[in-house]
Design a protein around this ligand. Structure first.
Ligand code: DC
Length: 231
C-alpha cells in the first residue's frame, strides 16, 4: 500500500502527539515527536550551564551542537518511543515545566533548527511517517500529503497540560501552566526562523470541544483518502 507523510502542526498542548501516536499505531507508521528533540537540546543547554536567568548563551550552545546526539528508542513497558540525549533516557526530564519554560527561546535559534530539521528529514525520508511539531508542514515536509493544523483555546490547553504534569508528579499551578502556554504561543509564532503558521493546504481543526475519539476518526479518514489517492 502507498505510504504517505502526515504532518501535524499546532500550538502547544493541542494534543498533537496523542493524535500523531494514534495515527502512527493504526497505520503502522513511524511517529516522530519533534518537540521532544527541541526539549532535549534545551535540557542539554541547562545541564551545561548555558542558560542563566532564562537567557540562553547562544554562542556556547551553537559550539556544542556537534556534541549533542538525540535518538528515539522504544520503551518495551509503555510501547512508546523514549528520547535519549547522548545515550541517556531523558523522557521524563524533558516534560517538566522547567524545560517547557526555556524551550521556546532555544527553538528560536537557527543553528539548532538546522541540525534538528536535517535529522527529522532523514527520519521521514522513506515516508510512512507521522511527525508533529510547529514547522513540519511548512519547512520539514512541505510536500506532505496530509497536513493538519491543530488549535484549541489557551485555557483548554493549559488545563490539559496541568493534568498531565500533576499526574506525572510535577508540582505546578494552573496559573503557571497557562502563563507558559501563552508565552510559548507568542515566541513560537513570532520568531524569525520557521514561525508557527498554518501551512498552505493544511486542514485546520479546533479541538476545544472535540473528544479524542471523534478527532481521530475524522483525521484517519482523511489519511485513508490520501493513501488511496481519493483526494
Ligand atoms: O510540542 P512541544 O510542546 O513538546 O514543543 C516544545 C517546544 O519546541 C515548542 O514550544 C516549540 C518548539 N518546537 C519547534 O520550534 N519546532 C518543532 N517542530 C517542534 C517544537
Amino acid at each position: 500500500m502507498k505510504k504517505i507523510t502526515i504532518a501535524i502542526d499546532g500550538f502547544s498542548s493541542t494534543g498533537k502527539s496523542t493524535l500523531a501516536k494514534q495515527l502512527a499505531d493504526w497505520l503502522d507508521y513511524i511517529y516522530v515527536d519533534t518537540g521532544a528533540m527541541y526539549r532535549a537540546v534545551t535540557l542539554f543547554a541547562m545541564q551545561q550551564g548555558f542558560i542563566t536567568d532564562a537567557k540562553v548563551d547562544q554562542g556556547a550552545l551553537e559550539n556544542a551542537l556537534k556534541d549533542i546526539s538525540i535518538d528515539f528508542k522504544k520503551n518495551e513497558s509503555t510501547g512508546m518511543a523514549d528520547v535519549f540525549l547522548n545515550g541517556v533516557n531523558v523522557e521524563k526530564q524533558i516534560r517538566t515545566l522547567a524545560v517547557s519554560g526555556l524551550v521556546s527561546p532555544v527553538a528560536a535559534i537557527s543553528a539548532v533548527r538546522t541540525k534538528l530539521v536535517s535529522q527529522q528529514q532523514k527520519l521521514g525520508q522513506n515516508k510512512g511517517v507521522v511527525m508533529d511539531g510547529r514547522d513540519i508542514a511548512t519547512v520539514v515536509f512541505p510536500e506532505a500529503e496530509l497536513k493538519i493544523f491543530l488549535d484549541a483555546s489557551a485555557t483548554t490547553r493549559a488545563q490539559r497540560r496541568y493534568k498531565e504534569l500533576i499526574d506525572s508528579g510535577d508540582k505546578v499551578s494552573l496559573e503557571d501552566v497557562l502563563k507558559n502556554v501563552v508565552e510559548r504561543d507568542y515566541i513560537d509564532s513570532t520568531r524569525k526562523d520557521s514561525p508557527l503558521v498554518k501551512a498552505k493546504g493544511a486542514i485546520a481543526i479546533d479541538n476545544s470541544h472535540m473528544n479524542l475519539e471523534d478527532q481521530f476518526h475524522v483525521i484517519l479518514q482523511l489519511a485513508k483518502d490520501r493513501i488511496a489517492g481519493r483526494i
